[in-house]
Ligand binder design. Structure first.
Ligand code: PRP
Ligand code: URA
Length: 208
């Protein structure tokens, strides 16, 4: 489990608990997703490469750092969309590449319905954003697409994972670090994470 990074941060735990609460309405739910995503962005980017950059302070030159890597955010539609704003607060120049997948309710397999990637990658590191890592089918399929696209450095950033989803990602893409707010107990017979938070897309968008 060396590339699994559950957040140790009390703010993440506090906000995640409010997110799970079934009485949290869609407006508050969206705010919490954005806020937790910003905290996760901080944790998931701790190893980004920098190059030295010298600026003039009012007193003297000062050599600091500038991000070297060009970052692409890849939200898995729909639910991953809600995490983009939180990331953009910290890295406003990150490009956003959308991938649309939904889970077939019967087979639980991902069905791709949208993909807005140019022919060649324009970024050096991609952060896959999706609140839920359940069976892992959607995350594995998205990482497959990004690797075919030619991206070498990929991370997955989610809010809640089931052990089954983590195992599927580790089997298919052992090179991809997984950053999470929490790892839950199990999947139920309908492929939902327990205790989880229900359907992340429906709770954000007020559907279902
Ligand atoms: C949810 C979630 C993930 C997927 C996780 O999306 O946002 O993308 O399920 O499940 P998996 O790990 O078993 O693939 P969903 O298919 O409900 O689509 P939505 O975001 O459009 O509601
Ligand atoms: N997708 C969700 O939105 N929630 C789950 O628990 C599993 C998949």
């Amino acid at each position: 489990m060396s590339n699994i990074f559950p957040s140790p941060h009390p703010l993440v735990a506090h906000k995640l608990t409010r997110l799970r609460d079934q009485s949290t309405n869609p407006k508050k739910f969206r705010e919490l997703v954005r806020e937790i995503a910003a905290l996760m962005a901080y944790e998931a980017t701790a190893d980004l490469q920098t190059v030295p950059r010298t600026v003039e302070t009012p007193l003297s030159p000062c050599t600091g750092a500038e991000l070297q890597e060009k970052i692409g955010l890849v939200p898995i539609l729909r639910a991953g969309l809600g995490m983009v704003e939180g990331f953009w607060e910290l890295m406003p120049s990150a490009e956003v590449w959308h991938i649309g997948l939904y889970r077939d309710e019967r087979t639980l397999k991902p069905v791709e319905y949208y993909n807005k990637l140019p022919i060649e990658p324009t970024v050096s590191v991609c952060l896959i954003l999706d609140p839920m890592l359940a069976t892992g089918g959607s995350a594995v399929a998205t990482a497959d697409v990004l690797k075919r696209w030619g991206v070498r450095k990929i991370k997955f950033v989610g809010l809640i994972a089931a052990p089954e989803g983590i195992a599927a990602m580790q089997k298919a893409h052992p090179d991809i670090p997984i950053h999470l707010a929490a790892v839950d107990d199990h999947l139920n017979e309908r492929g939902y994470i327990v205790p989880g938070l229900g359907d992340a897309g429906d709770r954000q968008f007020g559907t279902g």
